[in-house]
Design a protein around this ligand. Structure first.
Ligand code: NAD
Ligand code: UFG
Length: 338
């Protein structure tokens, strides 16, 4: 298959490109490097021994994107490109809607013009809002996301579903990620947050490596077994493999297909801290703070639809996630600029 990957130098995109190349697919990356490093291109080549095209283009640049899409007969697009910080989206909603929503509309216009009608979209568990019940299945109605970032995901899901209703030839694949963590086992690619991390796993790793003093646990009075927030953490390489499985099954298959990609089980903040301490072989100082606004108490998915229909299951354990994150962090203490 020939696959166009938007946002392919980012965290999840880079791991997915590795899995695509390893599976023998041809890849072209489009990324404006707004939140990634060009070094990633060399790292992917080093892991896979394969070459691929990279274009430093914004997906809102319709003419530039059209030039890329016109040059080859793409079978599908994996659309990762987007801004993803919840806090930033609250401060800069217009930027988030423009980048994520306008970017997707521009991309779809180019794809339609060039006859590419399979798109895999990076959606999020955030579209479920505060879970009415657990586990979350694909039949759980989307709720009310608590921030502009989450609302861009829901709007884009609606736009792509409407596009498929209007032209039934489209294969629209909406993948709702739970909490992607970890890194490639080579330690060559991983998550490289700019500034202080917002998410638990990269924060933990930076405390463990000594860049940050301690982890603040955002609330220990939730109605969960140990009072801390529970999430469905999924190893980023399992998530990447889920994209390859979805593509291989659904490319050119008309419809709007929705899948949860998670492990199907929840881990609390305290449990993840303990697992990371074991992986890193050191104690991680913590302090309990107030709840973080907008956080849900617990969130995990029913992953059985992807297993039954895509033949995909997440196989990596929490210990694997922490071990691989720790390898990435110690080999690249300052990320790609190390
Ligand atoms: P990331 O920031 O590492 O990767 C996104 C990439 O898209 C970056 O390389 C960035 O430079 C690029 N990009 C952003 N706007 C662009 C534009 N207008 N044109 C071209 N390139 C652009 O993020 P990630 O964690 O790899 O996330 C990938 C996708 O998955 C995003 O859409 C994100 O919202 C979604 N997602 C992420 C998570 C998560 O926890 N990481 C969870 C659910 C969904
Ligand atoms: N947490 C802490 N301390 C921190 C960071 C996080 O205690 O310094 C806790 C949170 O309160 C939560 C858990 O760790 O209970 C996980 O938090 P993350 O920020 O790692 O992940 P979230 O589930 O809050 O956020 C993720 C994605 C968002 C997405 C959201 C909803 O990162 O992009 O899921 O699906 F919007």
């Amino acid at each position: 298959m020939r696959v166009l990957v938007t946002g392919g130098t980012g965290y999840i995109g880079s791991h997915t490109v590795v899995e695509l190349l390893t599976a023998g697919h041809e890849v072209t990356i489009v990324d404006n490097l707004a939140n990634s490093s060009p070094i990633v291109v060399d790292r992917i080549s080093a892991i896979t021994g394969s070459s691929f095209d990279f274009h430093s283009i914004d997906v809102r640049d319709e003419a530039g994107l059209d030039d890329v899409v016109a040059t080859a007969a793409y079978d599908a697009v994996l659309h990762f490109a987007g801004l993803k910080s919840v806090a930033e989206s609250v401060e800069r909603p217009l930027e988030y809607f423009d980048n994520n929503v306008t970017g997707t509309i521009t991309l779809c216009r180019v794809l339609a013009r060039r006859g590419v009608r399979t798109i895999v979209f990076s959606s999020s568990a955030t579209v479920y809002g505060d879970p009415p019940s657990l586990p979350l299945t694909e039949a759980t109605p989307p709720g009310a996301p608590t921030n502009p970032y989450g609302r861009t995901k829901l709007v884009i899901e609606d736009i792509l579903t409407d596009l498929q209703r209007a032209d039934r030839r489209w294969s629209v694949i909406l993948l709702r990620y739970f909490n992607p963590v970890g890194a490639h086992e080579s330690g060559l690619v991983g998550e490289d947050p700019k500034g202080t991390p917002n998410n638990l796993m990269p924060y933990l790793a930076q405390v463990a490596v000594g860049k940050l003093d301690r982890l603040t646990i955002h609330g220990d009075d939730y109605a969960t077994p140990d009072g801390t927030g529970v999430r469905d953490y999924i190893h980023v390489v399992d998530l990447a493999a889920g994209h390859v499985a979805a593509l291989e099954k659904l490319v050119g298959v008309p419809g709007a297909h929705v899948y949860n990609l998670g492990t199907g089980s929840g881990t609390s903040v305290r449990e993840l801290v303990a697992a990371f301490e074991t992986a890193a072989g050191r104690t991680i100082p913590t302090v309990v703070g107030p709840r973080r606004p907008g956080d849900v108490a617990a969130n995990w998915c029913d992953a059985s639809k992807a297993a039954a229909e895509l033949g995909w299951v997440a196989t990596r354990t929490t210990a694997d996630m922490c071990r691989d994150m720790w390898r990435w962090q110690t080999q690249n203490p300052d990320g790609y600029e190390t």
